[in-house]
Design a protein around this ligand. Structure first.
Ligand code: LLP
Length: 411
């Protein structure tokens, strides 16, 4: 959605037209924004030998995966289902990274059969892997980092012991022992900082710590830096300078390769950065309700469609497309789920009437992919605007969908 010029169009199409064809609530994605973000990311890291693996979990529609594949990216997956969708979208198995956590070993065996890159997250599975495959199948190991700024605002990188993800750096001796005992071939290490990365300097410190630790892995060919790059959600949110991040990383990477004595390719797994901004959740204001204390706008959606505000307290900009420039008032925008279900609390925005069309922005990443049918409500439809045309890429749920897997017994 074009917010820069506040025309609120999508590749020249009016959201009202799209909604008149497909109804609300509706997820709408703009393929040109995805392409721009991909190009920006690639440009920022162009000086580095690198590969981008789109994090499928952010937005998993098969058409988005196809778009990423046509853009020349690989895929980061966390379940066998994501792998299968990736294959269906045209990704070659070797371009797919499988990074599950806490899964039964049988899932890893299945991914080996398929031929994806295997990234192992715990010593238990690493040992099973070493015993079964020895040196015949190479693997990545996921390490456990946490990159933060401390309270004195001095930038530091930590190895974080309270996270369930990855192998603790303090236990790496055990991984190296498996290399010795079974000839395990660890050709990649992976880190993903679950905090959103905002500051190139912190990222550089984190990268330096990773490179330092990477020297222990003699067979290393790849380092995967995961995802986690922040995007602005609110107008005054800080944005990361991804070009500065690329520049800083280039310098420390070059130095590392010199010291290591051979080239190591860097991988990245952005999700949010590539798809957050491309998507909006279009909803209709259906109820206005001023109880004297709060002025509510009830919309035909809820946290079952976009859970980020309720789950993380996340801010999403909301635009009144029916009255984008009117006098502002303060509203609490709520959904129709039978519990507290706020999209925004006491938000100043142009006056809203029943029947107005609202756009909840930055809803491309972790929007539909976290949607549910709670309250037995349908998940929305999804539309992709591609080359100036709106395509329905997922139908709205139906009653039959809700009932599909239920088995009625004689009671
Ligand atoms: N790689 C790995 C191994 C990950 O676990 C994730 C995200 C990514 C890459 C992509 O991270 P991104 O670039 O999108 O930040 N539901 C939350 C976000 C959870 C992220 C989980 N892992 C949200 O809505 O903010």
């Amino acid at each position: 959605m074009n917010l820069q010029d506040q025309s609120y169009t999508i590749q020249g199409l009016q959201p009202e037209e799209i909604v008149s064809e497909f109804g609300t609530p509706l997820y709408v994605y703009d393929s040109s924004v995805i392409r721009q973000q991909v190009a920006k990311f690639q440009k920022a890291f162009a000086a580095i030998d690198h590969k981008v693996k789109y994090a499928a979990k952010a937005l998993t529609n098969i058409n988005i995966l196809k778009l990423m594949q046509r853009e020349g990216l690989g895929l980061d997956t966390v379940s066998l289902q994501e792998i299968k969708m990736g294959l269906q979208a045209g990704f070659a198995p070797q371009d797919i990274v499988f990074t599950p956590n806490c899964v039964d070993f049988s899932e890893i065996e299945e991914a080996v059969e398929i031929g994806t890159v295997i990234n192992i997250d715990n010593l238990s599975n690493l040992e099973k892997f070493a015993k079964k495959y020895g040196s015949s199948v190479p693997c990545f190991i996921r390490l456990n980092p946490f990159i933060v700024a401390d309270s004195q605002s001095e930038k530091v990188a930590h190895w974080h012991s309270q996270s369930k993800f990855g192998v603790a750096v303090s236990q790496l001796d055990q991984a190296h022992q498996l290399v010795e005992d079974y000839g395990l071939h660890i050709y990649g290490i992976h880190i993903h900082s679950s905090s959103v990365i905002m500051n190139p300097e912190i990222f550089q410190k984190g990268a330096e710590a990773v490179f330092e630790m990477a020297k222990q892995f003699k067979d290393l060919q790849y380092i995967d830096f995961g995802g986690g790059i922040k995007v602005p959600y609110a107008p005054d949110d800080q944005t990361i300078d991804i070009f500065q991040m690329g520049e800083r990383l280039h310098n420390v990477h070059q130095q590392f390769c010199r010291e290591f004595g051979k080239p190591v390719q860097l991988w990245f797994e952005p999700g949010r950065f590539l798809v957050s901004d491309c998507g909006a959740l279009l909803v209709k204001a259906v109820v206005r309700k001023d109880n004297g204390d709060r002025d509510f706008v009830g919309v035909d959606s809820g946290f079952n469609h976009l859970i980020r505000p309720m789950m993380y307290g996340a801010h999403h900009e909301i635009v009144n497309l029916s009255n984008p420039f009117g006098p502002r008032k303060e509203y609490t925008i709520v959904g129709n789920i039978c519990e507290i279900d706020n999209f925004a609390v006491n938000r100043s925005m142009p006056e809203v009437k029943e029947g107005d069309l609202l756009a909840i922005l930055n809803a491309g990443a972790y929007g539909y992919s976290m949607a549910s049918t709670y309250n037995s409500r349908f998940r929305p439809a999804e539309v992709l605007v591609h080359e100036g045309k709106a395509h329905l890429i997922r139908q709205r749920d139906t009653y039959e969908d809700l009932m599909r897997n239920q088995m009625e017994i004689n009671l």
